[in-house]
Design a binder for this molecule. Structure first.
Ligand code: NOJ
Length: 755
């Protein structure tokens, strides 16, 4: 009996290792290409066009017609179905009832979490912590995969320098380097080391290209930018994503230099396929193929299908331009069968890599529980690291439990489980949210009397009905914490704002509470940088928490009480006034750069002053030349000093590497994390160069008094840029390098590159 058991076990092991090695062999590139060729030979044209259709489900009951379309091979991918039983049932139609048995891609916007919600992508970017960003994506992938989802429409790596744009919330900020590092971390998290692994889902880098530069921050608006700016600023995160093996790339809604992205051959054929040799597939954004006609780029649906297919859009999202017109276009010889085959091949390649042909169904019990303790802990750490301490006068923070006996908690965002989740949380459930009020009550315990008043019903409320109660509890308390900001719905897609002050009567409420003379700590939860100069001047401390997700409450409360020090740094510049937008640190010097000395304030100009250009430099009479808070900025409960910047050489040749080091010391009294940042300036270029560019960063934890050497390696290729001739090349010449805690770092050195 025992022997029989052993031999059964051995046989099982042998069989499973045989199937593993068979599965691995199936995934070899040449095997994959063979499988694709075989499928293409057997598929009808209608089935090929079916693979190019991404169909929205999003209904409680999947219509019979859609089910039949799947059986008929007219649907290659679906989106917006997350009930695992329904997903499996739809997969079954594709795999077992369609002629070719090709499994479906099942897409969903898993943008900053599935059920466990992490901070907004912009918030996660503020952590400057690629490991945490990767972990958040991995957990999101695991949770989504439990529902049968095998493809997400993330990361969004559009560079955005305009906080009016509601979708800045979904981005990783204003900087190409930071977005590249964090975007690829997200891709690693979603896709894992092997797309076929359980819990790996295909990612989609979006939106190619320029979407974040929509004119005047207005969503879907046109983008007109130089090729140099496109290639030097807006495309690098996409190139990095392509190099990191992102499974798909989504086009953008905007027109770029007069050509809508979804019909843009230059972007999709020349740059993506020819120059970057991208092997994944390209998906349109929602109905953006049909919108080519709305743009005035095509005359009708058929021409729209032609332009998109000709440009290289392999799959159409939520539209029927391809389904209705591709066959005709082939019959007319305007699109070749060969072209269709190569587009379908791009899609099949990812389906094979995902292991869907071997394993199309999802067994939810194979996956960990949703929103389990480990996921919540990760969401808490991510939220904690994403919060940026913008101001901390007289060390108001952290709060000392022994020093205060009463606390007033005020504001519409203090106890709103839904609003703290932020935009794009289709599957997030506020029932899991832990709010700041809940967490602060735990911290306060019996020792601190906590009083709570909303003050305003929502962030948009425009009446003073709740003011008196809020002022009363503030006056009775030692310290006031105000939770203000923007509700979730005020940022995200199609939610641009022309005025980015705190909405409603929030500024008035802050002024009245500040007038009590009590120390006020302002916690802002928002999907974008808001113009908070006025409130910033009247409060003692500010924590900028973005929309922090499910565990925002405990994360913020721990920071307020000093369990951990804030360590977030801004991934985007904060303007003083909306008129300064676009504002970003990596600007050009201009021929007339402003300095603090040349700036004149409007109030200081004499009446009937003689006509003059006030020092002839580049500044605003009413806003000066500085932002409210610069990129990379963020305070800590400790203090850090940077000293002794050194380079391994003062002269290096093209093709060589330089090391740039500095000493970082925690000079404060708290153990804390700091993000050391390396910036460079290429002093003279074939085209003008930014005054500073981020080229490296590292987040490290230091004990009080501890010093560490920060070491950055820079290859001359890291200094390459697209020049006048549109060649990517580093140039000989002089460079400055700075290491410090923000883009206003002052510790500086110099080096030269020679030929
Ligand atoms: C439109 C959005 O622009 C895109 O980012 C998103 O992934 C799709 N809709 C699918 O929901």
């Amino acid at each position: 009996m025992f022997n029989k058991l052993i031999s059964c076990l051995l046989l099982a092991i042998l069989l499973s290792s045989a199937s593993i090695s068979q599965a691995a062999a199936d995934q070899r590139p040449e095997q994959i290409e063979q499988q694709i060729s075989k499928l293409l030979t057997e598929m009808t044209l209608a089935e090929k066009i079916g693979q190019m259709a991404l169909v929205n489900i999003g209904a409680t009951k999947v219509p019979a017609a859609t089910q039949q379309d799947i059986r008929d091979g007219k649907v290659g991918s679906i989106l917006n179905e997350v009930d695992v039983n329904k997903v499996n049932a739809l997969q079954r139609l594709a795999v077992e009832e369609s002629r070719m048995g090709i499994p479906l891609l099942v897409g969903r916007d898993v943008i900053h979490g599935f059920k466990t919600i992490f901070p907004l992508p912009l918030g996660q970017a503020a952590s400057w912590n690629p490991k945490l960003v990767e972990q958040a994506a991995r957990i999101s992938a695991l949770e989504a995969a439990k529902s049968g989802v095998n493809w997400t429409f993330a990361p969004m790596i559009d560079i955005s320098r305009d906080p009016r744009w509601g979708r800045i919330a979904e981005t990783l900020g204003e900087d190409p380097y930071l977005s590249s590092v964090l975007g690829t971390a997200m891709i690693r998290g979603f896709q894992g080391s092997d797309l076929a692994d359980k819990g790996s889902i295909a990612a989609s880098a979006k939106h190619l290209a320029g979407y974040g530069a929509a004119e005047s921050g207005l969503d879907y608006n046109s983008v007109d930018m130089s090729e140099q700016k496109l290639r030097n600023v807006y495309l690098p995160p996409f190139k990095a994503a392509a190099e990191a093996g992102v499974a798909s790339i989504m086009t953008s809604f905007n027109d770029l230099n007069g050509i809508p992205s979804t019909g843009n051959e230059h972007l999709l054929k020349q740059i993506l396929r020819r120059e970057w040799e991208y092997p994944g597939f390209v998906v349109s954004d929602w109905q953006s193929v049909g919108q080519l006609t709305m743009h005035g780029f095509t005359t009708n649906d058929k021409e729209a299908a032609y332009e998109a297919a000709n440009a290289g859009v392999d799959m159409e999202m939520a539209g029927t331009m391809y389904a209705d017109n591709l066959k005709l276009l082939i019959e007319e010889d305007r699109i070749s069968l060969q072209q269709i085959d190569s587009m379908v091949a791009n899609i099949l390649r990812i389906k094979i890599q995902l292991g869907l042909f071997n394993n199309p169904y999802t067994k939810a019990s194979d996956f960990p529980e949703l929103v389990n303790a480990e996921h919540l802990q990760a969401a808490k750490v991510s939220a904690m690291q994403s919060v940026v301490l913008l101001k901390n006068s007289h060390h108001t923070l952290p709060l000392d439990k022994h020093q205060i006996s009463s606390l007033a908690v005020i504001g519409p965002m203090a106890d709103d489980p839904y609003e703290q989740l932020g935009t794009w949380i289709f599957d997030g459930d506020p029932l899991h949210s832990q709010t700041p009020l809940m967490a602060l009550k735990k911290h306060a315990g019996d020792g601190i009397q906590l009083r709570y008043a909303k003050g305003l019903q929502t962030t948009r409320t425009k009446n003073r009905d709740g003011f008196a109660e809020a002022v009363r509890i503030a006056s009775q308390s030692d310290v006031v914490i105000m939770f203000m900001g923007e509700e979730s719905i005020l940022s995200g897609e199609a939610h641009s704002r022309a005025d980015i002050d705190l909405p409603g009567y929030q500024q008035q409420l802050i002024s009245e509470i500040a007038a009590t003379g009590k120390p006020v700590i302002l916690v802002v939860m928002a999907g974008r940088p808001l113009t908070i100069e006025q409130p910033a001047n009247s409060v003692a401390a500010i924590l900028y928490a973005w929309h922090p997700g499910t565990m925002g409450g405990p994360a913020i409360a721990d920071l307020l009480f000093g369990v951990e020090s804030p360590s977030g740094k801004l991934p985007v510049t904060f303007p003083r006034m909306v008129g300064q937008i676009p504002i970003y640190y990596a600007r050009k010097n201009t021929g007339k750069p402003a300095t603090d000395e040349t700036v004149v304030h409007i109030d200081d100009i004499e009446v009937r002053a003689k006509q003059t250009s006030f020092g002839m430099t580049s500044f605003y009479l009413d806003a000066g030349h500085r932002p409210l808070y610069p990129f990379g900025y963020g305070l800590s409960y400790s203090e850090f000093s940077y000293d002794n910047i050194q380079t391994s050489t003062k002269q290096l040749k093209l093709g060589e590497t330089i090391q740039i080091t500095a000493e970082l010391t925690n000079t404060g009294e708290t153990e804390a994390e700091e993000v050391a940042q390396l910036y460079i300036r290429d002093l003279v270029g074939n085209i003008t160069r930014p005054i500073k560019e981020l080229k490296g960063f590292i987040k490290i934890r230091l004990k009080p008094g501890e010093t560490q050497i920060i070491n950055f390696q820079l290859h001359t290729d890291d200094l390459a840029f697209y020049n006048r001739k549109m060649e990517l090349a580093a140039e000989p010449g002089a460079f400055y390098a700075w290491i410090g805690g923000s883009s206003e770092a002052t510790l500086k050195t110099e080096f030269h590159i020679t030929k």
